[in-house]
Ligand binder design. Structure first.
Ligand SMILES: Nc1ncnc2c1ncn2[C@@H]1O[C@H](COP(=O)(O)OP(=O)(O)O)[C@@H](O)[C@H]1O
Ligand SMILES: [Mg+2]
Length: 228
């Protein structure tokens, strides 16, 4: 379980302060498909970054496996990120001159694994997102939805316990976006913590936990019974 308690984040902008999070408490469980909605500027990305050790809150705690992640050094946070967390972003952030297979295997190479091992694991991950037959394509030869599936495969390569996705369907048409979200929801069924930020109201119905942020606070939080 990932547990955020009274998390606050204030950005100092010269003379002014921006209160991006004003006391957010949230518990994220494995097997639960958790969704964050809210207007632009309501603090969704900040919350995701704090939950994923990309940023440290100004106050509050983020507990995971009995540790308060906010007390870690930046090096320890980087370790948690690379071993426990997979990120998916709106922009797929794929490397243009690498194939799908190479993009997916890259995190393993960066962790010092052999090219052979990285390639074998990347093949499995691409298979998981239904893209085995596109493994030698470069990103420019893939559709938006396919590129996002490659990015999801890459996020899974270190077998993270947690997947955090920030508007992963923002650049995709509705049908393609729904397939991506279905894929992410499937990861929750696979016992992972899955937290997705989205603007798509149709996703609300797919969520086990739906959190609406407004002005840095939780305006509504619903646990939903989903018939699967
Ligand atoms: N690095 C930053 N420096 C200063 N202000 C920021 C920074 N990141 C976000 N903000 C501000 O914090 C608020 C919340 O931003 P964000 O979490 O990106 O919202 P959302 O993802 O819901 O659009 C906004 O007012 C935004 O302008
Ligand atoms: Mg955002």
């Amino acid at each position: 379980m990932l547990s955020l308690h009274d998390v606050q984040k204030t950005y100092e902008m010269g003379e002014t302060q921006v209160h991006a999070l004003r006391g957010v408490s949230l518990q994220l469980l494995p097997t639960q498909f958790s969704v964050i909605m809210g207007h632009s500027g309501s603090g969704k990305s900040t919350l995701l970054h704090v939950a994923g050790c990309l940023d440290v809150p100004t106050a509050g705690t983020v507990e995971y496996k009995g540790r308060d992640l906010t007390t870690l050094t930046s090096r320890e946070r980087a370790d948690v990120r690379s071993s426990e967390i997979g990120f998916v972003f709106q922009k797929y952030n794929l490397v243009g001159n690498l194939t799908a297979l190479e993009n997916v295997g890259l995190p393993l190479l960066l962790r010092g694994k052999s090219a052979k091992y990285a390639s074998a694991r990347a093949r499995q991950a691409l298979d998981l997102v239904g893209l085995a037959d596109r493994k030698n394509h470069r990103p420019s030869k893939l559709s938006g939805g396919e590129q996002q599936r490659v990015a999801i495969a890459r996020s899974l390569i270190n077998e993270p316990a947690m997947i955090l996705a920030d508007e992963p369907t923002g650049n995709l048409d509705t049908g393609t976006g729904e397939r991506i979200l279905d894929l992410l929801r499937g990861l929750a069924d696979d016992d992972k913590i899955v937290l997705v930020v989205t603007h798509n109201p149709d996703i609300a119905g797919m969520a086990d936990l739906l959190v609406t942020l407004r002005d840095g606070r939780i305006a509504a939080q619903q646990s939903l019974e989903v018939v699967r």
